[in-house]
Design a protein around this ligand. Structure first.
Ligand code: IPE
Ligand code: IPE
Ligand code: MG
Length: 244
């Protein structure tokens, strides 16, 4: 049993290793992604059970658009299908579902499906499940800066006033334009498959996150692995730059 005070409010996953898992099993990559959806389901269930309030997953990066077209299409199709299929169970468990990322790059059909799922679960409050899709940390910072600057320009009555308002912009101001505005920064970011890199994920929001890199491939990461990760997190000493 983990002390409830030591349960992270927000756990985020860089879900990696689906392709290698499939290869190990002599299957094609797509089967790895399908098995990966099962892991998301298992982790959502565990998060609700243990009282994690926000769970987010990195499902597709801006860089992943550079994969072969067939893989991209397969992944997008799977995303839409899995999302719709999970709705009844997400609703039953009180899970609010959201997708964050560069929606302009998604197909109209997928965007509609996302909007449908988001509105169907909008009033749920047990767990927020956030799927980062067509997301990258640098993109997020750039879009936030652009929007902040545009809003200042549009609202100002003169260039001088715009200049003064721009000078007053600080970390909190930019934070309000990040795509994650209103969502607490992740306490714990777990990357599976043994890769020790961040791959352009939550660069701003992860500034003080605890990181955990595990060798388990994402399709093998289920309840037991999640609980083990939370036990590791519970032993971490977060100092926030101070002395304890
Ligand atoms: C993670 O698995 C899923 C996505 C990035 C979409 P990968 O597809 O990266 O699997 P590996 O890294 O090739 O094993
Ligand atoms: C990171 O995995 C992106 C997601 C998990 C969605 P990748 O497999 O794309 O990352 P790299 O290429 O190993 O850095
Ligand atoms: Mg990978």
């Amino acid at each position: 049993m983990i002390d409830s005070e030591k349960i992270p409010v927000h756990v985020s996953f860089i879900m990696d290793g689906n392709g290698r898992w499939a290869k190990q099993q002599g299957k094609d990559r797509f089967q790895g992604h399908i098995a990966g959806v099962e892991s998301v389901r298992a982790c959502v269930k565990t998060a609700v059970e243990l009282g994690v309030r926000y769970m987010s997953v990195f499902a597709f990066s801006e860089e992943n658009w550079g994969r072969p077209e067939s893989e991209v299409l397969n992944l997008m199709e799977l995303m839409g299908r899995a999302m719709l299929a999970e709705m009844p169970s997400l609703n039953k468990n009180g899970v609010r579902f959201r997708v964050l990322g560069n929606r302009e790059r998604l197909s109209k059909g997928l965007r509609n499906e996302i909007e449908q799922c988001e509105s169907m679960t909008a009033s749920n409050t047990a767990l927020d499940l956030i799927v980062f899709l067509s997301y990258s940390g640098k993109w997020d910072i750039a879009q936030a800066a652009r929007q902040m600057a545009l809003e200042v320009l549009e609202k100002a009555e003169s260039l001088e006033q715009a200049r003064e308002q721009m000078k007053a912009c600080d970390i909190d101001s930019l934070n309000r334009y990040m795509i994650t505005a209103g969502i607490p920064d992740p306490d714990l970011i777990i990357r599976t498959s043994g890769e020790m890199r961040v791959s352009n994920y939550l660069l701003w929001q992860g500034a003080y996150s605890e990181y955990l890199f595990v060798d388990t491939l994402w399709p093998d990461f289920r309840r037991e692995e999640f609980i083990q990760a939370l036990e590791t997190y519970a032993k971490r000493d977060r100092r926030w730059g101070k002395i304890k």
